[in-house]
Design a protein around this ligand. Structure first.
Ligand SMILES: *Cc1c(COP(=O)(O)O)cnc(C)c1O
Length: 391
């Protein structure tokens, strides 16, 4: 018998979220011209969605990401082997390596699998110059507009672009697009204004597709996804049902959680006022009470930093952690659920449970980290299209 713990990955929730984001983008396109970046007469390019499936599709499993986001225009990731798996799974639309290639020997694999590459560093251009390429590689040239992580500084841009044009003439490069990534799209209102201006000034009148928006930018500044050029947005976290913004949950945007983490009660303890629970005795009962021991710990990916008071649901009733999370177990207050017995399912996060954004906030982190940390040992159940697994 497997341990009584499971993650339910919902493909219908994934496709729901993708449709919702498309709706946001469609609304932005229909917004009055004055709120759009270009004049009313400017021809608008199309807006396309790269569904970001890096980090094993944010912990959901790469193949589940491919199926859940079947309606996306492209998939974006970091690992070359993942692009190969996408093609093996039958994905025939665009693929993008968000950090590009790492070594010259990656280039034939990119070409065989028709993968686009971000170009963020002169070393990548050097590798392209020395490589022999059978077919032209489509690229996005990445500009550092202030995040200071990856990308060419604005003053390096002209040289990098010139080098790419030369490679294009040599038939090594196909289409050249332009990309940047925001540090603060989830921060103060208007925090993207300066980087957007740097981007526009740097690219100037050069034609080509552009790519600016992560989840936070799509939700907050959807007008940035509407431009004269073809515009590729790169949402990740929102497609998994979570909010990129502090103190909100994905529910507030109509997003559906795509991962539900559940485990059964292994045991019920009756403790007396003054007795404590778990390692470090961090929780002490202020009354006689029942404690439920749940078959989920930090080795399953549940955050050890989640303190007493973090929400958990039993049989549809909200209760909370009581005591420190251990490797294979955690403990909850069962007083709000008098009928709960060993064997009942506890929802740690997900649909019909606490929102993962709330659990993450309680643990002092973000849903991204919880999703990515789901452990290999947790059995995964997949909710198929048209199906609803009882959670
Ligand atoms: C991870 C990532 C994204 C997606 O970010 P979210 O906040 O999950 O939407 C977009 N672009 C790049 C370059 C990334 O690395």
């Amino acid at each position: 018998m497997p341990r009584p713990i499971r993650a339910v990955i919902s493909l219908p929730a994934m496709s729901h979220n993708l449709s919702l984001i498309r709706q946001y983008l469609d609304n932005a396109r229909q917004a009055p011209a004055s709120t759009q970046p270009d004049t009313a007469t400017a021809r608008l390019g199309a807006t396309y969605i790269w569904a970001v499936i890096k980090a094993n599709a944010y912990g959901h499993g790469l193949e589940n990401g491919i199926r859940g986001f079947a309606q996306a225009d492209g998939l974006a990731m970091l690992d070359l082997q993942e692009t190969v798996r996408c093609r093996q799974a039958g994905w025939d639309k665009p693929l993008l390596m968000l950090e590009g290639f790492f070594e010259e020997r990656d280039l034939p694999v990119l070409q065989q699998n028709k993968v686009m590459s971000t170009i963020h560093h002169p070393e990548q251009i050097r590798m392209l110059q020395s490589a022999t390429l059978a077919t032209p590689l489509d690229v996005f040239l990445k500009i550092n507009t202030g995040m200071n992580r990856l990308g060419f500084a604005p003053q390096q841009f002209a040289q990098a672009h010139q080098d790419l044009l030369t490679l294009q003439q040599q038939g090594k490069i196909g289409r050249i697009g332009f990309m940047t990534h925001f540090a603060d799209a989830d921060g103060a209102q208007g925090a993207v204004d300066a980087p957007v201006q740097v981007f526009r000034e740097t690219v100037g009148n050069i034609q080509g597709p552009i790519s600016l928006c992560n989840s936070a930018a799509v939700l907050r500044y959807p007008q940035l996804a509407v431009s004269e050029a073809d515009n590729w947005v790169r949402p990740g976290i929102c497609l998994y049902g979570s909010s990129p913004f502090a103190n909100t949950t994905g529910d507030e945007f109509g997003l559906r959680q795509t991962m539900t983490l559940q485990a059964r009660l292994l045991s019920v303890q009756h403790i007396k006022e003054g007795q404590s629970v778990g390692y470090g005795s961090t929780f002490t009962a202020t009354r006689d009470m029942r404690i439920g021991v749940v078959a989920c710990g930090y080795a399953d990916g549940y955050p050890r930093s989640a303190p007493s008071g973090t929400p958990a649901w039993v049989n549809g009733v909200q209760t909370q952690l009581a005591g420190r999370v251990s490797m294979d177990m955690l403990t909850i207050d069962l007083d709000p659920v008098p009928d709960a017995v060993a064997g009942d399912w506890v929802t740690l996060w997900g649909e019909r449970g606490p929102h993962i954004d709330e659990v993450a906030a309680s643990a002092g982190t973000i849903a991204y980290e919880l999703l990515c940390a789901l452990a290999m040992r947790v059995p995964v159940h997949i909710e198929q299209p048209g199906e609803s697994i009882e959670k």
